[in-house]
Design a protein around this ligand. Structure first.
Ligand SMILES: *Cc1c(COP(=O)(O)O)cnc(C)c1O
Length: 307
């Protein structure tokens, strides 16, 4: 499982056939609050509401016709959407207790949803069984190089628009986005530090990176997108030497950052989409006077969260 900047460049040709670059805007009210020059990259404007669609489209462009995966959130929607675009089959295993809205969001693209198991680990086991019996390709949300290549295109767009950034802050669940950011930054903006952020209530990726070995941890955050209970090998291997820093924020700090994005940047972010800003507001001394991109990775808030 190798992954290089050349893979991201190839993915760019695929992604741009389907999706225009997303906007990256400044909001003086955020600068005033943080003491930094803040750029917000709006992946919440993507068709399925999150950056992961770039990875799904890149994977499906390889010609794979039948996939099975496990996810409750944006990865599922991304793969379902890309399979719809390519006329391919897609099956998503979700834990039996997954919300009806999340299952419907996947079904609307023609994917099959299988509700099975009491948590994501059990759903993964069932997806592995299905792949073994049907011959469908099992897609890991974290350890799939095509997904890293696709999501890396977002960081190409960032550095093309702003070549002179001091830092880019990336919310981390499995780490595909941050790993790709590290590879793209090394090629296009070697001076720019890539900094990760995860919820303190689900610190598996953070602790894996700090300790240098894959860890499993309690997974209690309510912030979908950052909710992973284990480290993933491929992104962790890439992040190990190249990620400049990795910090934790609380779910409450993330909620406050969502309110800031709503009131100061007229943007609806889901929790994970606000985590990067939460880091900048939590540690202003890390960013004072610097040019910082925060990636608003997604905007898929369910009705319960919105209320
Ligand atoms: C998946 C997701 C993340 C985390 O991305 P990884 O590549 O899994 O680290 C962050 N934000 C949103 C909105 C997501 O859907």
């Amino acid at each position: 499982m190798e992954f290089t900047y050349a893979d991201v460049r190839a993915a760019r040709e695929i992604v741009r056939r389907h999706l225009p670059p997303t906007p990256m805007w400044r909001y003086p009210l955020l600068d005033e609050l943080t003491g930094a020059t803040v750029f917000v990259k709006h992946e919440n404007t993507q068709p399925v509401g999150a950056f992961k669609v770039r990875g799904g489209l890149t994977l499906l462009a390889t010609g794979v016709r039948d996939t099975v995966t496990y996810s409750t959130g944006n990865h599922a929607q991304s793969l379902a959407y890309a399979s719809h675009v390519h006329g391919a089959r897609c099956t998503v295993v979700m834990p039996a207790g997954a919300s009806a809205e999340r299952a419907d969001a996947v079904r609307q693209w023609g994917a099959e949803v299988v509700l099975k198991g009491e948590d994501l680990g059990a759903a993964q086991a069932h997806a592995e069984e299905l792949a073994a019996t049907t011959g469908a390709r099992l897609v890991s949300p974290g350890d799939t190089p095509e997904l890293l290549a696709g999501v890396g295109t977002l960081y190409q767009e960032i550095f093309e628009a702003e070549p002179d950034l001091d830092a880019v802050v990336v919310p981390i669940g499995s780490g595909t986005g941050a790993a790709a950011a590290c590879v793209v930054a090394a090629a296009l903006a070697p001076r720019c530090r890539v900094i990760g952020v995860q919820s303190a209530s689900s610190p598996a990726a953070h602790d894996s990176w700090r300790l240098g070995t894959l860890q499993t941890r309690p997974n209690r955050t309510t912030v979908a997108g950052l909710a992973t209970g284990r480290g993933f090998a491929l992104p962790q291997r890439i992040m190990r030497d190249r990620l400049a820093d990795f910090r934790l924020v609380s779910d409450e700090e993330i909620a406050a950052a969502r309110r800031l994005l709503a009131s100061r940047a007229h943007t609806q972010a889901e929790g994970a989409g606000a985590a990067a800003l939460a880091l900048v507001t939590k540690f202003p001394e890390m960013f004072a006077g610097l040019r910082v991109a925060v990636v608003c990775t997604g905007g898929n808030a369910d009705p319960h969260e919105l209320s």
